[in-house]
Design a protein around this ligand. Structure first.
Ligand SMILES: [Zn+2]
Length: 202
């Protein structure tokens, strides 16, 4: 009555599953290959040799944006957001202390191609450094003459600033005057007539 082949299929479905050795062996091989590839991509050849730490050759700018008002939107580029922007790592740090920590930190130095190791200084280098510091100390002591010079310079700068402010005010007034030119027109004409009179008197 019932065909043996059909019967076998029906029985197989309800009994224990059979382990297909070949299929799973193939799967294992593929997985191993994948892991190998991933490891290769991660290592990227020999380890990178980084330079030892060097000290900064520029001044850290912490105060240039102090006391300024700026509109901050979440869609603005990172460099114009609130806080200190690091162009090397393209990140924003929220305050000056953290900014200093960041630019002295491992991630930032790594991006600049430096390791955190400090070069061992030779005897000559230490002696040279002492010489440089000694010289700096000598020139650092200033006389009363220097002090007077500095005060004079500051006064001159202050005067210059005042002058510029006055000029700006004048220009603003002028702009206002040109805007109201139509109203002022008769007066200007009278003044010009007066001027003409004055010059003829000479
Ligand atoms: Zn950085």
């Amino acid at each position: 009555m019932a065909q043996p082949g059909n019967n076998a299929v029906g029985v197989d479905n309800t009994s224990r599953r059979k382990f297909d050795r070949e299929e799973y062996l193939e799967r294992a091989r593929q997985r191993e290959q994948k892991e190998l590839d991933r490891a290769k991509a991660k290592s990227k050849g020999p380890p990178v040799q980084r330079k030892p730490l060097k000290h900064r050759d520029y001044e850290v700018d912490l105060g240039s944006r102090l006391g300024k008002t700026q509109v901050v939107t979440p869609i603005a580029p990172l460099s114009q957001q609130a806080g200190y922007y690091c162009p090397v790592c393209e990140c924003v740090v929220k305050d000056s202390a953290n900014y200093l920590d960041h630019i002295n930190g491992k991630k930032h130095q790594r991006a600049l191609g430096m390791s955190m190791r400090v070069e061992r200084a030779s005897l000559e280098q230490v002696q040279q450094r002492f010489d440089v510091l000694k010289k700096r100390k000598d020139t650092g002591s200033f006389t009363e003459q220097d002090f007077d010079d500095r005060i004079l310079k500051q006064q001159q700068e202050e005067e210059e600033r005042k002058r510029q402010r006055r000029e700006r005010k004048k220009e603003k007034k002028k702009e206002k005057a040109t805007e109201e030119e139509i109203e002022v027109d008769p007066d200007v004409a009278a003044m010009m007539g007066f001027g003409g009179f004055g010059s003829s008197k000479k």
